[in-house]
Design a binder for this molecule. Structure first.
Ligand SMILES: Cc1ncc(COP(=O)(O)O)c(C=O)c1O
Length: 440
């Protein structure tokens, strides 16, 4: 079978149309292999769900043991020892005041349920939740309406579920007010008090705020350093519960165990993890909560048959052990250093590279037709991604966007990561020549 030629199989898959041209057959460590044996540097890592790369042997062994010991269990019927072991570890590493754990299966489910816990804790008469335009919180009806993430990806979720109040995020490269930081004085945050509280909802009808501090799917939008603190102050002022969705940015992706740790003094009363927490082997998610949140999910039924898989608990524990033992967060700092140097130099050098945003191993490279007007370079980005695929690297990329996201495993050797960055430069040069674009 030729790369991408699945027609001879006589079947097709419904729903997903990934932009890559090959069918993957193996994933090991930091590489993918297609059906013809071509190898690629894996910068997708199961959409940021495999912090230690593909099928890490110690994680696979932990999963085997847990499968032999238990397999699946339904939390509505029984709690297992594994749930307590995982909760104990979370208690040790989670930032204050997070002390409780409630389990779930996927990121989309865990976010919806966290919001229900938030509303329960806020008390009656507070149906509204503030969310940020461009954030991605999941793909089902509730979460799909929360950011919402992007007009191209909301189809048939409309008409949106009500209850979410969507407000601007500080997407500074493309400021919604066409202002410059720091002169802007973070005007976008004033929208909440000046517009929402004036026209849409009084403060005492709002349960809280759901925020990704770094918007991942929106092209790694990193807010000004003081923005999270200002948001937290607003929450204190109005007695709103601050809920931090770290489904993608947690578990070391940004260089700290939890991205909220980048912002000293900022405390969330709810915080969700998913994706990477179980090493990319088992769908597993959880929300950590402060004491005043209900006894894990109190009167609420939040789980599902597979919520809080005992196998997921054991793989997650092993993942944390390995990351601590191997000092994986130090490796993330190295990846960050290489990314800032290499991609930063490309932004300075090439006309088509408009912006580069990096925090830890969370990063995006954005393409423009013109550096001054910042006209989005969708076609340029697509061409760079395809050239890169031919050179043997596959990043996270969606055709609706003019950026791609190199998403290496957190333990990818910095030299290999640097080699991938050099291949990006080769692709940028190739596409710049093809489109008659030059140096910046
Ligand atoms: C911040 C965030 N929250 C929630 C989700 C949804 O997770 P899942 O795809 O596991 O449902 C995602 C997925 O990308 C995410 O990035």
């Amino acid at each position: 079978m030729q790369r991408g030629d699945t027609t001879m199989l006589g079947v097709s898959l419904i729903g997903e149309h990934p932009p890559n041209h090959f069918v993957s057959r193996y994933r090991d460590g930091w590489f993918l292999e297609d059906v013809d044996g071509n190898r690629y540097i894996d910068w997708i890592t199961g959409w940021a769900s495999s912090p230690l790369g593909g099928n890490h042997p110690e994680l696979v062994a932990a999963a085997h043991t847990a499968l032999r010991e238990y397999g699946t269990e339904c939390l509505s019927a029984l709690r297992t020892w594994h749930h307590y072991e995982f909760a104990e570890k979370m208690n040790q590493i989670a930032p204050a005041p997070l002390s409780k754990v409630v389990y779930d299966t996927t990121g989309s489910e865990v976010v919806e349920n966290a919001v229900r816990i938030m509303r329960e804790a806020a008390g009656p008469g507070r149906p509204f939740v503030i969310t940020f335009l461009g954030s991605f919180h999941g793909g089902n009806y509730g979460t799909g309406a929360m950011g919402p993430h992007n007009a191209h990806y909301n189809h048939f979720i409309e008409p949106f579920m009500s209850g979410w109040i969507n407000v601007p995020f500080p997407t500074c490269y493309r400021c919604p007010y066409h202002l410059q930081y720091p002169q802007c004085d973070i005007a976008c945050l004033d929208y909440i008090e000046e517009m929402i509280l004036q026209y849409k909802a009084t403060p005492e009808t709002i349960a809280g705020v759901n925020v990704e501090f770094i918007q991942g799917e929106n092209g790694i939008q990193i807010p000004p350093a003081e923005w999270p603190g200002k948001l937290a102050d607003l929450c204190k002022k109005y007695d709103w519960i601050l809920y931090n969705d770290e489904v993608q940015e947690g578990v070391g992706r940004t260089g700290k165990w939890f991205s909220i740790e980048h912002y000293p003094g900022v405390e969330a009363e709810l915080l969700s993890l998913g994706k990477g927490i179980s090493g990319g082997l088992i769908p597993f998610a959880c929300t950590l909560g402060a004491d005043r949140m209900s006894e894990p999910a109190g009167e609420l039924y939040t789980g599902g048959t597979f919520a809080g898989s005992p196998v997921g608990c054991m793989v997650a524990l092993k993942l944390i052990e390995i990351m601590e033992r191997d000092k994986v967060l130090d490796n993330v700092s190295e990846i960050e250093r290489v990314a800032k140097a290499k991609f930063g130099a490309m932004r300075d050098k090439y006309e088509i590279v408009g912006d580069v945003r990096v925090l830890g191993a969370y990063m995006a490279v954005e393409f423009v037709e013109d550096k001054d007007t910042k006209k989005p370079g969708h076609e340029l980005c697509r061409e760079v991604v395809y050239a890169l695929e031919r050179l043997g690297v596959v990043p996270i990329y969606e055709p609706a966007f003019n950026w791609f996201r190199p998403t290496p495993a957190l333990n990818q050797p910095p030299e290999l990561f640097a080699h991938g960055c050099d291949l990006v430069e080769e692709a940028v040069v190739e596409v710049s020549k093809k489109y008659g674009k030059g140096m910046a």
